[in-house]
Design a protein. Sequence first.
Length: 388
Amino acid sequence: TAQPLAPSHRSEIDGFMVMDVMNAAAELEREGRHVIHMEVGQPGTPAPKAAREALRSALESDNLGYTLALGSDRLRQRIAKHYGETHNVDLDPARVIVTSGSSGAFILAFTALFDAGNRIALPSPGYPCYRQILKTLDLVPELVTTSEAGRWMPTAEDIESAHLKAHLNGLLVASPANPTGTMLQPERLSELIDACHRLGLWFISDEIYHGLNYEMPAATALSYSAEAIVINSFSKYFSMTGWRVGWMVVPERLVRVFERLAQNLFICAPAASQAAALAAFDGDDELEANKRTYAENRDLLLRELPKAGFEKIVPADGAFYLYCDISDFGLPSPELAGRILEEAGVAITPGVDFDPVRGQDYVRFSYARSNADIAEAARRLIEWRQKI
């Protein structure tokens, strides 16, 4: 008999561990356990009221058919205006592309900019889906190890060194970063962009956590280069994870390149989500209230987590994460996270998701929940620590 056909080698990627932890937590919840979710990077709040009302209206008055592949004109214009309001950048709406979340933007960017076998530098620790998406496209992720001394961000020298070793074709950096929450100061962002231009590398800036910054303003790569590829989303600051709508800004000369790919790969981002996203810009009061909640949660955890043994916390400038060194516990991060879930009812993410080399010694806490949830999680963790 014939052997069963095998799937492609491109499909041989790791699972997204955050989602696996969610599955394990859901299993406990089916058994009647109460779990506090600190594993997943999503707000505990719904989309702004204005966005929900806009969708309600669109359901009554719009057939919500295909939009243009680049996105609705009104939404692209509003996103461009946003850069003027927040960064004093005069952006042509023609350079804005609305995508199916930032994930759709990464697929478009990696496909448009790189050929099979090209090498793209990624800071480590970092968002795991970058490297998995690259692998599915027959691209090579080159992990650049960051350190406490560099505030867990790469330097221009790091990229020059990596390029000498591996002949890079691009660099992707997120600021604020996942999982660390650390940020690039504007001068360091500018230096990285200059280094990429000098070396002939594409620079991709993941700005999905913009708006969620506590220690310093977030700078956009668009302030320093018209050649940078900027990716953002309505998921995090705008509290619209499941709506799957994001955007990217590309050089004017590449708009048609991206449009052809978007037409064929996605047709368009969901029309219903685009209608809601346009109105989400009117939700400032709610969104800033969410941010204040995150800031309070961050302060509480920085104060309480050391009482539970999590004393080595990476400086967190933004996003809604704390990345903690757990080497003193004497357990690898998947085992420690599993025990905390089972014994304390708190779901957290093992660091191996973000750093295949050093992640055994780290875990990530997401604090994008209510004040009450985070306070209860801290109480449970302290109580758990006292029992072991």
